[in-house]
Structure formats: structure tokens, C-alpha cells
Design a binder for this molecule. Structure first.
Ligand code: RIB
Ligand code: CA
Length: 352
């Protein structure tokens, strides 16, 4: 292309540039716990199923290092009633009717209602209609169920929020005495680089910045699995051929969900691929060496301006010292992308 007074613009593939941050944080030891087959990690997933949520929940059901105690729903990708029904039907499909489901917040603590139905379809699972679950959701609701499970657990429980953080903020504010029973919050959300809902903000934070602000300021141990790492957890059409060889109905549904996403992404000129954001947050709690992290101080812009929902991550030692700030979370930065695709196939090979 020629512009700039006739000089040709520099030619090159911008996608080869590393993430757009000047300070390349040093990777550090993870602070998130990691389950083992001998001692599976007790885990609650808070979710807005959701195409990638569906794959993340499958990981939690299958991985021997995780003990999925519940799935709670939150409005996000679709209306919360769709998300609740999707959680019930996905767990039924995966043969996990023993995992309780409870419905949470319809929308954010403050600000407008945000949805991602343009990505996930009106009902949240593309055009896929799953068989009904024989169960209904727990009548006490998401926050009460999370509190009951935390209170009743003999050991602290990890939370994996993979949708807007409204339920998590309500849990923190409604049951502060249960904070010691939360072993870690490993969320899918945020980005120290660019956003996706806006140039500034990733959807889960953008949908409820106030809730995210409450969580990041809570002092609880946090791992932020943001777009910086999830944009390297990509599946493309080759996964469909691998899933097609698997016997279970779950693998066929996964192929359907992925095909819907690939078609949408291609129609938008973004290539036939999908970042399986949420599965990275869940797999980080099952595999010690899949994701590389660094320590950041993260705050959220909860204003209603153009940076609304931005997670402002700082790892620069000079600035942190100058501003008397300590890092408050691990941020995911690297992942073994090839291994990730194999892990997804392995999960669906083990599902009915
Ligand atoms: O930005 C990606 C996140 O938003 C994922 O959790 C996806 O499911 C959507 O909720
Ligand atoms: Ca999600």
C-alpha cells in the first residue's frame, strides 16, 4: 500500500509482533494450586455457557486432577436462563448429573447489560440444541450454593470464574468470613494487552467492571488467564477431523459447537479458528506446566469511559516500587499451544 506522501507503508505481518507491551515481565513460579490424580483440587466453575465455556466444563469433568463441586451460571454470553439451562444440559451430556448447578446474576452490579450472542448465538451454544437434563437448578441460587459448598468443605476450594465476575463479587461481599475457604481464584478474563469487546477491555471484565474491581481489590489469591495467553489456545478446523474419530455424543457436540464458531469467525474475516479462552483457566488448575505466568499488579477501570473494563496490569519493578505497589495476581502469558489441542481431544475421547 502506498501512503504517507507516496512512501510505501512498511510491509510485514503484524501478527508476528509480540504482545503490545513494552515491559516483558519475567515468568515466575505459579501461585495457583494444582490438583493431582491422588489429590484432586476441589473446584467451583462460575460460567456463562457459552461455546468455550462448554469445552472448559468438559475439561473439569474429565481431568482426574480436578473435583468439580458445582457449576454456577451468570448472564454474559447469553441471558442467564439460557446459561443455566446450558450448564444443566452440558453436564447431562457429559454424564455428570451429580454436579449441582445454580443460577446467578442476570447482569452487572453497575452499568449496561452486555451480551456476546453475536459470537455464541442467541441461546449461547450456537445452533446446537442439547437433550434436556432430568434435573433442575438448585433453588437457592449461585451465591448461596457457592457459600454452602465453601462452608461445608473440609479444605479450601478453588473458584474458576469464566464469565463476568458478578457472582464472585457478590460472594466476596455477602460472605466475607468465607474468604479463607477460597484457595484461589483462577479466572478467564482481562488482558494486559489489547481487549476484544473493545480495544481496551476483554468481555468478562467489560460486562461487569465493578465486580472485577471488587475481586482484584479483595486480597484473595488470583490468577488472571487473559487474552494474552488465551489467544494462543487456538483450535482450527483440523480438530474436527480428530473429534470425528471419537465415539461419544459429547465429541460430536464439541465438533458442532466448534464448526459454528469457525464459520462465524471466517464470515468475519478472522480465519477458521477459535480461541478456547475458558478451557485455559480450568486446565491451569490441573496441569502445572501448561501455562507460564508472571506477577502483575492489576487494577480495573470501572469508569464508563473508553477504557471501561480495562485491566491495567503493571509488572515494571521501577513503577511498582515508586508507587509502593505489590503485585496482586499471576497473569498468564505463555502456553504450549500444540499440547493444548491434544488435551482437548483427550478430554472428549474420555466423555460419553
Ligand atoms: O473474552 C472471552 C470470554 O468472554 C470467554 O469467557 C467467553 O466465553 C466469553 O464469555
Ligand atoms: Ca465464558
Amino acid at each position: 500500500s502506498s501512503d504517507l506522501k507516496g512512501r510505501s507503508a512498511p510491509v510485514g505481518d503484524a501478527s508476528k509482533v509480540g504482545w503490545p507491551t513494552f515491559h516483558h515481565a519475567m515468568l515466575s513460579a505459579r501461585t495457583a494450586p494444582c490438583g493431582t490424580s491422588d489429590a484432586p483440587l476441589p473446584l467451583i466453575i462460575d460460567s456463562d455457557p457459552g461455546l468455550d465455556d462448554a469445552l472448559a466444563i468438559a475439561c473439569a469433568v474429565v481431568r482426574p486432577e480436578l473435583n468439580l463441586l458445582a457449576v454456577t451460571s451468570v448472564g454474559g454470553n447469553a441471558d442467564v436462563h439460557h446459561c443455566t439451562e446450558n450448564a444443566l444440559r452440558l453436564l447431562h451430556l457429559y454424564g455428570a448429573d451429580d454436579v449441582p448447578v445454580a443460577e446467578g446474576a442476570v447482569g452487572p452490579l453497575a452499568g449496561p447489560l452486555e451480551r456476546a450472542t453475536e459470537v455464541h448465538g442467541e441461546g449461547g451454544l450456537g445452533k446446537t440444541v442439547l437433550p434436556k437434563s432430568p434435573r433442575v437448578a438448585d433453588r437457592d441460587g449461585a451465591v448461596a450454593l457457592m457459600a454452602r459448598l465453601l462452608d461445608g468443605s473440609p479444605v479450601p476450594v478453588a473458584l474458576a470464574p469464566i464469565g463476568p465476575l458478578t457472582n464472585i463479587a457478590l460472594l466476596i461481599r455477602s460472605f466475607p468470613h468465607l474468604a479463607p475457604k477460597i484457595s484461589h481464584i483462577c479466572l478467564m478474563g482481562g488482558s494486559v494487552g489489547e481487549g476484544n469487546s473493545s480495544a481496551s477491555a476483554e468481555f468478562n471484565i467489560y460486562a461487569d467492571p465493578t465486580a472485577a474491581e471488587i475481586m482484584f481489590a479483595s486480597g484473595l489469591p488470583i490468577t488472571m488467564i487473559g487474552l494474552d495467553v488465551t489467544h494462543h489456545a487456538i483450535l482450527d478446523r483440523t480438530i474436527l477431523d480428530r473429534l470425528k474419530l471419537l465415539p461419544g455424543a459429547s465429541a460430536k457436540v464439541a465438533a458442532e459447537l466448534l464448526k459454528f464458531s469457525f464459520d462465524r469467525s471466517a464470515a468475519w474475516g478472522q480465519g477458521e479458528k477459535m480461541a478456547i479462552h475458558d478451557a485455559v483457566a480450568v486446565l491451569h488448575l490441573a496441569l502445572p506446566d501448561l501455562v507460564g505466568v508472571a506477577r502483575y499488579h492489576v487494577v480495573v477501570d470501572a469508569t464508563q469511559g473508553p477504557a471501561r473494563g480495562r485491566t491495567i496490569g503493571d509488572a515494571n519493578p521501577y513503577r511498582l516500587k515508586r508507587d509502593n505497589l505489590e503485585p496482586n495476581c499471576d497473569v498468564g502469558l505463555t502456553i504450549d499451544s500444540a499440547r493444548f489441542a491434544d488435551l482437548m481431544v483427550d478430554v472428549f475421547a474420555k466423555l460419553p
